[in-house]
Design a protein around this ligand. Structure first.
Ligand code: BG6
Length: 400
């Protein structure tokens, strides 16, 4: 804790004060007696933060259901919320029976705490340049990509059971999509934001309702990411090749409403990818008519929003210097700067303030599972091939 607080810029007095009032207690999280002794005597707002496998958190919540709980108790539950649609529903039912309001339950997804993700609301709804054109009439396709340089990092115990689809797309990327594509906000608060996320996700379905055509998966083989030598995924410690876990997943969805019908939205994330691209790309439709006389078709407008690092690029069509009849793409590029508060800091500060703005509501968590379930089923049935890519490359060579 000392190291983290020092790195976070706390003064030595602050570090001493926090560390001095901190205790470490080891308990069985599913035991009523242990939980009671943990909670007894605590004052003020209490947050029980579960960074545990879903099945253990559920066992703890079952124990809480039979206890008298302190009034100002909040629960924070790390993703994944459940392990599939059914267990997420079961988990929500369990939480609904706790003597706690839903507003005291924080389903944590740290992507909602990312500065660029939250800034999507400002970017979309406070710019006349974007707000009126953010629809299928003007937009051709959307790509939300989080390609990580990191490989397994010794997390086989969790990751080999999850894979890229459950780890990243089921939660993080669908929520980013919800903010990018939801209807307009009248008020920026937890009620409206979460209603609009739920509204958007309810109308989201796999492209063509066909999990085989709408998804791809792949796994890395031995390679190098930068200077780091990465072993074949299946040879990593703790990996069971029989689980057939993917390290790169891609899913295309459609939002079936008047604003978005017909626009393919592709979500992709993977590990040990050399390009490390983490961005949203919004491709606009070609202009209806390029005036006769120009030598070229106008390049399409493209808006790129960097998730990490944080940047904004807007591609326009402009004249080639010195040639008024030739067109070329020109990119306006702005570095948005790093937020002083990191995503988990943002999430924690909302929990401590009791503001559920960044908490994933129960119905939203279930809908995210509903969207990816046909893909999980198709992959389990083996109807989508497992491609391969060399660690450090930009992905499978046949995925162009
Ligand atoms: C976590 C996943 O939720 O998000 C990790 O479990 C992943 O596998 C991480 O590496 C990515 O987060 P960020 O903030 O680095 O994009």
């Amino acid at each position: 804790m000392k190291t983290a607080l020092n790195e976070g810029g706390c003064s030595s007095d602050e570090v001493e004060e926090i560390v001095g009032s901190t205790t470490y207690t080891k308990i069985d999280a599913s035991s009523i007696d242990d939980l009671t002794s943990l909670l007894t005597g605590l004052q003020g707002r209490i947050v029980l933060y579960f960074a545990l496998p879903p099945v253990v958190t559920m066992a703890a919540c079952k124990a809480l259901a039979d206890m008298t709980l302190p009034e100002d108790l909040f629960l924070a539950i790390e993703k994944p919320f459940g392990t599939d649609a059914e267990s997420a529903h079961e988990f929500n039912t369990l939480l609904a029976h706790l003597p706690l309001p839903e507003s005291h339950v924080f389903r944590v997804d740290h992507y909602l705490g990312k500065a660029t993700v939250l800034s999507l609301v400002g970017l979309r709804f406070t710019n006349r340049l974007f707000e009126p054109v953010w629809n299928a009439t003007n937009i051709e396709s959307i790509h939300i990509v989080s390609d990580e340089l990191l490989a397994l990092e010794g997390r086989a115990g969790y990751y080999d059971h999850a894979g890229a689809l459950k780890d990243m797309i089921q939660s993080h990327l669908l929520l980013v999509m919800a903010l990018l594509c939801m209807e307009e906000l009248a008020t920026f608060d937890a009620f409206e934001l979460r209603d609009l996320q739920a509204h958007l996700l309810r109308s989201t379905h796999l492209w063509g309702d066909d999990p085989v055509k709408a998804s791809r998966r792949a796994r890395y083989t031995a390679g190098k990411v930068g200077d780091e030598v990465v072993p074949n995924y299946v040879d990593e410690k703790g990996v069971d090749p029989a689980r057939n876990t993917e390290t790169l997943a891609e899913v295309t969805v459609e939002i079936r409403n008047a604003r978005w019908s017909g626009v393919p939205i592709t979500l992709r994330s993977g590990k040990a990818l050399g390009d490390g691209v983490r961005q949203i790309t919004v491709v606009f439709r070609p202009i209806a008519h390029t005036p006769v006389g120009f030598h070229d078709e106008a390049p399409q407008n493209v808006v790129v929003i960097g998730l990490s690092p944080e940047y904004l690029r807007v591609q326009l069509s402009t004249n080639v210097e010195g040639d008024r009849l030739s067109l070329e793409p020109t990119v306006l590029d702005a570095d948005l700067g790093e937020s002083p508060i990191r995503p988990y800091g943002e999430i924690l500060s909302h929990i401590l303030d009791g503001d559920p703005l960044l908490s994933v509501r129960g119905d939203v968590a279930e809908d995210c599972w509903r969207i990816v379930t046909p893909v999980l089923d198709a992959w389990a049935a083996g109807t989508v091939p497992m491609d391969t890519y060399v660690a450090g490359s930009a992905g499978p060579s046949n995925w162009i």
